[in-house]
Design a protein around this ligand. Structure first.
Ligand SMILES: [Zn+2]
Length: 215
C-alpha cells in the first residue's frame, strides 16, 4: 500500500435491514402500491398474507424497495459537479468500492466490488464522490454490464477525463439461489474509455493496478 491514491473504500449502511429510514413522506416511491402488489404475490404463491408472520411483510418490502431503488430518483451526475482544478494528470484509482444492486431480470440482488480509475484532464473530484456515483447508478433495476458502462461514461463526460477504467466483480443471487446454483462464482465486467482504452501502455498499467488489488 505505498500508493497513497490507492485507497480501499467502503460505503456505509449497506444492509437492507429493518431500520429503514424510508417513510411515505420522504420517498417518491408509491409504497401503497407495492404493498398491494406484495400481498397479491403472497396469495399467488399459496401463502396466507393475513397470518401473523406475514402481516407486516408488504409494508416492510415496500420500504425496502424505496430504499434499494432510490437511485431512480437521484441524478448521479450531481455528485461530480464539485470538482477541483488541478494540474495533476496521473492516474487516480479507487479500489474495492462495495456496491449493492438489483438485477433487472429477476429483481434479486447482486453485490460486489467496483474498482474505478481515471486520468484527469485538469478536473479532479473528491474521492468520496465516486462511491456515491456508483450507489446512485446501482440502486435501481440494473444489469452489471450496463452499470459498469454507465459509471465509466458518466466519469468520462462529467470530468472531461483523459481516460477512465471501471472494473466490477459481483456475485448474483439469481445465479446462486436458483437455476444453476453456482455458489461462489462471480461475474467480472469492465469498461475502458479514452486513453485507458486506446493507449496500450496505459491500458496495461490501469488493468495491472486494478487487478493487483484482488485477493
Ligand atoms: Zn438475474
Amino acid at each position: 500500500m505505498s500508493n497513497p491514491l490507492s485507497i480501499p473504500y467502503q460505503t456505509g449502511n449497506s444492509e437492507f435491514g429493518e431500520d429503514d429510514v424510508v417513510d411515505a413522506v420522504s420517498t417518491p416511491v408509491d409504497l401503497e402500491r407495492i404493498q398491494r402488489a406484495v400481498r397479491e404475490i403472497l396469495i399467488a404463491i399459496g401463502e396466507d398474507p393475513d397470518r401473523e408472520g406475514l402481516l407486516e411483510t408488504p409494508g416492510r418490502v415496500a420500504r425496502m424497495y424505496a430504499e434499494v431503488f432510490k437511485g431512480l430518483h437521484e441524478d448521479p451526475a450531481s455528485h461530480l459537479r464539485k470538482v477541483f482544478t488541478q494540474k495533476y494528470d496521473e492516474m487516480v484509482i479507487v479500489r474495492d468500492i462495495q456496491f449493492e444492486s438489483f438485477c433487472e431480470h429477476h429483481l434479486l440482488p447482486f453485490t460486489g466490488k467496483a474498482h474505478v480509475a481515471y486520468i484527469p484532464n485538469g478536473k479532479v473530484v473528491g474521492l468520496s464522490k465516486i462511491p456515491r456515483v456508483i450507489d446512485a447508478l446501482a440502486r435501481r433495476p440494473q444489469l452489471q454490464e450496463k452499470l459498469t458502462e454507465d459509471v465509466a461514461d458518466l466519469m468520462m463526460n462529467e470530468l472531461d477525463a483523459q481516460g477512465v477504467a471501471v472494473v466490477m466483480e459481483a456475485s448474483h443471487s439469481c445465479m446462486t439461489i436458483r437455476g444453476v446454483h453456482k455458489q461462489g462464482s462471480s461475474m467480472v465486467t469492465s469498461a475502458l474509455r479514452g486513453i485507458c482504452k486506446d493507449k496500450p501502455a496505459t491500458r496495461a498499467e490501469v488493468l495491472a493496478l486494478i487487478m493487483g488489488s484482488r485477493n
